[in-house]
Design a protein around this ligand. Structure first.
Ligand SMILES: [Ca+2]
Ligand SMILES: [Ca+2]
Length: 153
């Protein structure tokens, strides 16, 4: 494995209300997602941290984060699978996935072990999506821009 790593951070800023496209401009539930990655050359493992912020003025219910596997450039398995770590609250009273009041955030994490092919490529590109439901029951998503994790030799 090489030495050193980079930890780029990208922030998504656009939200979409897929079920009510005509209400996009008035959508009061908005999500921001920030992702950081660190590569440990001793273990060959990339650790991803995803922070999802409710940047809108209404509740965001049942927040989840997924990796967009169609654009993931790693060739090893298993692929990174974001799991809930901390933050949020049970605002819908359903005891299911955590919810975010306006201004609150929660954290998800994932890890991925590179293989020799990945290391030879020198970088891993990945992209994540945060999804929630607004007070109208409509889905709100934010796509994170493509992020590159470099394995510097
Ligand atoms: Ca729910
Ligand atoms: Ca919930």
């Amino acid at each position: 494995m090489g030495e050193g790593y980079t930890s780029p951070t990208m922030t998504g800023t656009v939200s979409f209300d897929f079920l009510d496209p005509n209400e996009n401009s008035a959508c009061s539930t908005a999500l921001d997602i920030t992702k950081t990655s660190t590569f440990n050359p001793a273990t060959g493992i990339i650790n991803y941290t995803y922070t999802v912020l409710n940047s809108g003025s209404s509740f965001a219910f049942d927040v989840s984060v997924t990796e967009n596997l169609g654009t993931f450039t790693g060739t090893n398995t298993p692929v990174p699978t974001p799991v809930y770590l901390s933050g949020g609250s049970d605002e819908d009273g359903q005891g299911d996935a955590r919810d975010l009041i306006p201004g609150a955030s929660m954290i998800f994490t994932a890890s991925y072990e590179i293989n020799d092919t990945d290391f030879a490529a020198g970088q891993i590109d990945n992209q994540a999506t945060a999804t929630a439901t607004d007070s109208n029951g409509d889905t709100v998503r934010i796509f994170l821009m493509m992020e590159m994790t470099e394995m510097v030799t």
